[in-house]
Ligand binder design. Structure first.
Ligand code: ZN
Length: 276
C-alpha cells in the first residue's frame, strides 16, 4: 500500500514537474500586450489592452468566444490545462503546503474593472511554494465560485494572486459560504465603486482573516480564469470555506450578478489534496 501511494505520488510529482517545465516559461504572450506588465499586472483582471476585443461572461464576448477575441487568447479555446475545474477525486498526498505571510493591509486600492472588484495590495505579503518565493499582488472576487468542490458551488470565491520574479504565478482560492459576517470585507465593500473606477479603502484589512483555519487544500496546475487564459498558474484551493453574511454576499452579487468562468475539462491532470 505504501509503495503504491509512493508510486502515485512520484507520478504526480513528475506530472506536475512536467507541467511546470512546459508552461512556466511561455512565449511572449504575457509581454505582448502593452501597457500590461510582465508579471502581476498581466494576471489581474484589469482592463484588457486597448486592441483587445471586449470580453465578458455572457453574450457575444462570452467564455465560449474568448479564444477568438484576440490572438493571445488562444489558450482559452485550445489549452489543455484550463481553470477553473471541479475539484473531485483527488489523490491524497503529503504535499508541500504554501506558507503565506501576509501583513495586514493599511489601506488598499479597490478597483471595479468591469469584470470584478480587485484589491491592489501595497503592503508586503509573500508566499513560499515549492521552495520558491512569490509576492502577493492583488486579490479579487468571483460570484458564484469558479472552482467547485465535488460538484458543489459556493456563493463567492476569492483569488489571492502571487507572482514570482520569473513570472510564475501562484493563486490561492478561498471559498466563501453564507454565515457570519466577515469584518475584513467591510472596508472593501464600503468603498467599492458601483461602476468602473478606483477607490481607496481606509483602515486596516486583516488579510489573515480570509484564510480558513486548519483547512486541507487542493493543488493542481492550471490557468488564468480570464483572457488570455495563460497556463502559468500553480493553483491552491482551500477545501474549507470562510463565511460572509448574506447581505455581504448580496452586495457583491448586485454589482456582479455572474462573473465566473464555466468549469473546464481536467484532461490529463492530477488533483492533489493534503491529508490534513
Ligand atoms: Zn480570479
Amino acid at each position: 500500500m505504501t509503495v503504491s501511494i509512493r508510486a502515485s505520488l512520484l507520478l504526480s510529482a513528475l506530472a506536475m514537474a512536467g507541467v511546470t517545465a512546459a508552461f512556466s516559461a511561455p512565449p511572449d504572450e504575457e509581454h505582448a500586450t502593452p501597457p500590461v506588465g510582465p508579471t502581476a499586472s498581466s494576471v489581474s483582471d484589469t482592463k484588457s489592452a486597448p486592441h483587445t476585443a471586449h470580453w465578458s461572461y455572457g453574450g457575444e464576448g462570452g467564455p465560449d468566444r474568448w479564444g477568438e477575441l484576440a490572438p493571445e487568447n488562444k489558450p482559452c479555446a485550445i489549452g489543455g490545462q484550463q481553470s477553473p475545474i471541479d475539484l473531485t477525486r483527488p489523490l491524497t498526498a503529503s504535499l508541500d503546503v504554501p506558507v503565506a505571510r501576509w501583513s495586514p493591509a493599511n489601506g488598499a486600492q479597490v478597483v471595479n474593472n468591469g469584470h470584478t472588484l480587485q484589491v491592489n495590495i501595497t503592503s508586503p505579503g509573500s508566499l513560499q511554494l515549492d521552495g520558491k518565493d512569490y509576492a502577493l499582488k492583488q486579490f479579487h472576487f468571483h460570484h458564484p465560485s469558479e472552482h467547485t468542490i465535488d460538484g458543489k458551488s459556493f456563493p463567492l470565491e476569492i483569488h489571492f494572486v502571487h507572482a514570482s520574479p520569473d513570472g510564475a504565478l501562484a493563486v490561492i482560492g478561498v471559498m466563501v459560504d453564507g454565515g457570519a459576517v466577515n469584518p475584513s470585507l467591510n472596508p472593501i465593500w464600503a468603498v467599492a465603486p458601483a461602476k468602473e473606477g478606483t477607490a481607496e479603502a481606509a483602515g486596516e484589512i486583516n488579510l489573515d482573516a480570509f484564510l480558513p483555519e486548519g483547512s486541507s487544500l487542493y493543488r493542481y496546475e492550471g490557468s488564468l480564469t480570464t483572457p488570455p487564459c495563460s497556463e502559468t498558474v500553480h493553483w491552491t484551493v482551500m477545501s474549507t470555506p470562510i463565511t460572509a453574511s448574506p447581505s455581504q454576499l448580496a452586495a457583491f452579487a448586485q454589482l456582479f450578478p455572474m462573473n465566473a468562468r464555466p468549469i473546464q475539462p481536467l484532461n490529463r491532470r492530477f488533483i492533489l489534496r493534503t491529508s490534513g
